[in-house]
Ligand binder design. Structure first.
Ligand code: HC3
Length: 455
């Protein structure tokens, strides 16, 4: 069957279940976790792993730390970010449009790893599911050698109108030190809206919508505007972007303009990108060198670490055994429900291993910390001077169960086993222990150290 007819890209044996799935999403409640998708569209990877996509392009991520000129440095940040979109939103489905439904992380799920590249040094990744209702993932990625850190958190709110639309709630904060400086520079990065394209044909891919703001404490601001393929014209994953200095330029009078496809090629030009603008660089995002993330071997992982915890489920999905998939998933879900009930009865809450909310007494993050002060300033620029109310989805605490920050004190203390009741949290007992997923690699990584204390 040609791919352009309804369900045309779906294996013949699954077309019925695809039609049923399409009907069910027309009335779903906005909670992505509640979508029951057919077996062939299930991924064995949990969303908690997606945090790694931010900096698989290690060289591009670290490049701004070597650039003394603040405008060029801000441009390098934007160049890294646009390349990151390729990893985040299409690296899983580039060829055939087969974006799958990831596993929904359970509260406390962890994904830890590191990249280590010759002279780039070691970059540690910590990703933790900090909230289940609503689902929120927090992450922190640090390279101490180059004094750069990216941290953030995100949740998703979905709705249906002709296709699945996803609002991303949360933000990311990049902090680095310009060469030779001890003054940190931060960049607030807002998250784009998303929608799923090609759903009807059974070959889904992600398209970005609306815009992303990048606001720097050095005074530079960038806006990336997304567009996609329309009925008659346009190319998928298209964008235009402008970078300017607040008070000296504007979106219409930028220092640099960028345009192209974030999944393919884009061009950086000086000025407004008009005919007389000089090309600075053309970048092919799919050709960018990616670094390999090292994840501890399964036998060294804690029970709450993603690939260990989902081992049975992942293998059942890979084998196409739906009964086993549901049974193993239910075991985790039931154990989680029982644990939440017990916590409620005992008037206690789940302890997050690496992240805290500002001023939470169980953590060391304070709303007066320098990073929080820089964040508040940048958020005001991003919201055009409006007070940062909960209406702004870059922060909306009631939709993400709070604001989440990497807690350096917790990070220093964190070590396996991360929770005394980890086995119970997953419904694991002697004899039904967890199993490995095949995607394993090298040695152990620990909690992160601060790149510079007090930032
Ligand atoms: C929408 C999405 C889940 C969320 C994924 C997020 C927003 C997670 C945070 C990362 O930093 C960026 C990111 C990338 C991809 C997003 C996923 C794409 C598809 C998935 C849906 C829940 C799947 C919908 C089901 C189906 C069958 C259409 O694929």
């Amino acid at each position: 069957m040609p791919a352009e007819v309804e369900g045309g890209a779906v294996p013949a044996s699954s077309r019925g279940s695809w039609t049923t799935f399409l009907k069910s999403i027309a009335s779903f409640n906005g909670d992505l976790a509640s979508l029951t998708a057919p077996a062939f569209i299930l991924s064995s990877q949990s969303l908690v792993e997606f945090s790694a996509y931010w900096t698989e392009n290690q060289e591009l991520w670290i490049a701004p730390t070597k650039e003394p000129d603040p405008a060029k440095r801000a441009l390098l940040v934007v160049r890294w970010l646009i390349n990151t979109l390729h990893q985040q939103y299409c690296s899983r489905s580039e060829k055939f449009g087969n974006e799958k439904k990831p596993l929904n992380p359970f509260l406390g799920e962890l994904f830890l790893g590191y990249w280590e590249e010759g002279n780039l040094g070691r970059t540690e990744l910590v990703s933790e599911q900090v909230s289940h209702h609503p689902p929120v993932t927090a992450y922190c990625i640090t390279n101490e050698k180059n004094r750069i850190q990216l941290q953030g958190y995100n949740g998703q709110k979905a709705s249906f109108s002709r296709t699945i639309h996803i609002k991303q709630i949360g933000h990311s904060l990049l902090t680095l030190y310009p060469p030779g400086s001890n003054e940190p520079e931060s960049y607030l990065i807002t998250l784009p809206a998303l929608h799923i394209e090609n759903l009807i044909y059974g070959a889904p891919f992600v398209e970005c919508g609306k815009y992303t703001h990048v606001v720097s404490s050095s005074g530079y601001t960038a806006k990336i505007d997304y567009s996609g393929k329309g009925w008659l014209s346009g190319k998928k994953n298209s964008f235009t972007a402008a970078l300017w200095k607040e008070g000296e330029g504007s979106e219409k009078k930028p220092l640099y303009s960028l345009d192209g496809q974030w999944s393919d090629m884009f061009t950086i030009k000086e000025g407004d990108g008009g005919k007389r603008s000089k090309d600075v660089e053309t970048v092919k995002t799919s050709a960018v060198r990616l670094s390999k993330l090292n994840v501890p071997p399964i036998e060294e992982q804690d029970v709450m670490e993603s690939r260990k915890a989902w081992g049975h489920v992942a293998r059942s999905i890979e084998k196409g055994d739906m009964d086993a998939t549901s049974a193993f998933k239910s075991r985790i879900e039931n154990a989680q429900r029982a644990l939440r009930k017990r916590e409620q009865d005992e008037n206690r809450t789940w302890k997050r291993v690496f992240f805290s909310q500002p001023d939470d007494e169980a953590g060391s993050v304070k709303s007066g910390d320098p990073l929080e002060r820089r964040f508040n300033h940048l958020a005001k620029v991003a919201t055009a001077g409006q007070p940062i109310t909960s209406a702004w989805e870059g922060v909306a605490p009631e939709k993400t169960n709070g604001i989440w920050r990497y807690d350096e004190e917790k990070g220093k203390k964190a070590q396996r086993p991360f929770h005394s009741d980890g086995l119970e949290a997953l419904g694991e007992t002697e004899g039904n222990g967890s199993a490995a997923v095949s995607r394993t690699t090298t040695t152990q990584s620990q909690g992160q150290q601060p790149i510079v204390s007090g930032q």
